[in-house]
Design a protein around this ligand. Structure first.
Ligand SMILES: [Fe+2]
Length: 572
């Protein structure tokens, strides 16, 4: 709460039964206020009241690393006042009980829960390890910053997460990435994921100069920033929370960047070769440092299993290469690797490590959000004056597969909403992966995204090896792999400029309906892959039926398959 991607999750008898980010409910992207709607939705979903809740845990601890923060403030006299004000604000935020009581309109004295505050990066690592099937793993978390730390290494075993290393601010691989993204005109919170797609268009021009911004080290977390390239920490680095709860970023890059590379790119202006080359160098250095840190972690925890989270763990390009660049052979990455995932990590860590309860849960899919009955969907379709047909399961799959095979774009709204930033076949827009014009069609008619961003393939898990050069599954769309040369034409709409794809592997166990849709498409085209992009248009991913219907009506989507209902644009 009061941090980007505010969210809530509920753990019942050791199982994550429900989880949702506030942005999906209040429709403010990366919302950074109090997640009142998310809390209410979680409680309603399991039929509980806040008075039934035994423990409330939060992945933020203002006491964590306090000595470091104080030392930093004292060595930067200009920062002392700011530091004190921030502490006062954080103290106010710690009163969870009154905040929850206020949001839920009850008397705080009626609640009986115990409160737990857990350091940011422990919560990240916990969100991966306790959701994995493993009894032992190396834990790694990295992002911009959280509780004055940017990177954490841990040994995860049984019920515990033992911290091995922390990298303290200002040193942060996330800040390095953000700094260059800002310099080339991508200044919005969360823009880093976009720029990753630009990197392969760049040439190897600035690698040496950009690499100097982060030095490799053989101690601690394995790297340090060269602070010449950055605005001083505390001056205006980091994010700002606006009064409406949206988030904006303050400038990270110093004038040294201008001396080296000229003027920063103005947002929305033309992207030059310089910008592409900088993004290439940025991604390259990011990967080098990441692999170096992971090798150091493996020396401390020599097991093949890596449990990972933190915003930087969404760098699917780096994730796809780690099997060949580091000794780790298996990953379990929390699908909500960004800060919304802290809710799950804090709750599970409290359950296992604090309360000593045994582990029996494994997160096998990310469908932890709301679902809506056909009755509600039909009422919303009527309200929107749309004509529709109600179809049984098989005819619906056939009809949608036929539309996709014919080159039409289908909004696919089914079952429980995904947890985390990726649409994984329940709030997705699906299309033909082998039509050369499909990327342009999607961008012109619906998505309006930057030209350089690729679309993703969903593939039947057992066919992965035929199409991709790695067979480690990627159920949460968190790895980018090379597409085999003989399959690139078949997948031309999801084949990026460097012949890679950020795939989602789909098993029948994880999502039977989506799996069967891809099967139905394969029967018509011979391709066991469907193009999958999130169901939205410059907004948080749709959550409720009316948002999906609204998006269908205002964009040039051809078909909407929502619950059992099949809606054609041509009939409306
Ligand atoms: Fe984080």
């Amino acid at each position: 709460m009061f941090h980007a991607d505010a969210s809530a999750a509920i753990v019942q008898d050791g199982e994550v039964v429900y989880a949702i980010a506030e942005e999906r409910l209040n429709r403010i992207k990366h919302y950074a206020g109090f997640p009142a709607l998310a809390v209410k939705t979680c409680l309603d979903a399991v039929g509980a009241k806040i008075t039934d809740v035994d423990h409330v845990a939060m992945g933020q601890d203002s006491e964590a690393n306090l000595a470091r923060k104080v030392r930093f403030a004292l060595s930067n006299p200009a920062q002392i006042l700011k530091f004190i004000r921030l502490r006062q604000r954080k103290e106010a935020l710690r009163d969870l009980r009154s905040l929850l009581a206020q949001a839920l309109e009850i008397d705080a004295s009626k609640t009986r829960f115990q409160e737990h505050h857990l350091e940011h990066h422990i919560a990240h690592i916990a969100s991966a390890y306790y959701c994995s099937p493993w009894e032992k793993a190396a834990g790694f978390s990295y992002d911009g910053s959280g509780d004055f730390v940017s990177t954490m290494m841990a040994r995860c075993e049984g019920n515990d997460v033992e911290i091995l290393e922390r990298v303290y601010l200002p040193h942060s691989l996330g800040s390095f990435y953000t700094m260059i993204c800002e310099f080339i005109g991508y200044k919005k919170y969360g823009d880093e994921g976009k720029v990753m797609g630009l990197a392969p268009y760049g040439k190897d021009t600035y690698r040496e100069q950009v690499s100097k911004a982060v030095d490799l080290r053989n101690n601690n977390g394995g790297f340090e920033l060269n602070l010449d390239y950055f605005m001083p920490l505390g001056s205006n680095q980091g994010m700002k929370i606006q009064p409406d709860g949206s988030v904006s970023m303050a400038r990270h890059f110093s004038d040294r960047m201008k001396e080296l590379f000229g003027e920063p790119r103005v947002p929305h202006s033309e992207i030059t070769q310089r910008d592409m080359d900088l993004s290439y160098a940025m991604q390259h250095r990011f990967e080098e440092v990441f692999f170096h840190s992971l090798k150091r972690l493996h020396e401390r925890v020599p097991v093949p299993e890596l449990a990972m989270a933190g915003g930087c763990a969404l760098n699917s390009v780096a994730n796809g290469k780690l099997f060949s660049e580091t000794p780790f052979q298996q990953t379990w990455i929390q699908p909500a690797a960004g800060d919304e995932g802290l809710a799950i990590g804090a709750a599970l860590h409290t359950y296992h490590s604090v309360l000593g309860q045994p582990r029996r849960y494994e997160m096998k899919n990310s469908y932890l959000g709301p679902e809506f009955p056909d009755s509600r969907i039909e009422a919303d379709l009527k309200k929107a004056n749309l004509s529709y047909r109600k179809l049984e399961r098989e005819p619906l799959l056939e009809a949608v597969a036929e539309q996709v095979a014919a080159g039409n774009v289908v909004g696919w709204f089914q079952g429980r909403m995904e947890w985390g930033p990726r649409a994984l076949g329940n709030r997705s827009i699906v299309a033909h992966p082998g039509r050369p014009d499909m990327k342009d069609i999607l961008n012109a008619r619906i998505k309006h995204r930057e030209w350089f961003r690729p679309f993703a393939p969903s593939i039947l898990v057992e066919r992965q090896n035929e199409y991709f050069e790695y067979d480690h599954p990627s159920p949460f769309m968190l790895h980018v792999y090379k597409i085999r040369p003989e399959k690139r034409e078949q997948l031309c709409a999801v084949n990026h400029v460097d012949n890679t794809g950020r795939l989602q592997t789909v098993s029948r166990e994880e999502n039977p309906l989506y799996y069967d849709l891809i099967r139905a498409f394969e029967r018509k085209t011979g391709i066991p892959v469907i193009l999958n992009t999130s169901f939205n248009e410059n907004e948080p991913i749709v959550c409720a039926p009316e948002e999906a219907i609204d998006c269908f009506k205002r964009t040039r989507m051809d078909v909407l398959a929502i619950g059992s209902y099949f809606v054609l644009k041509t009939e409306n």
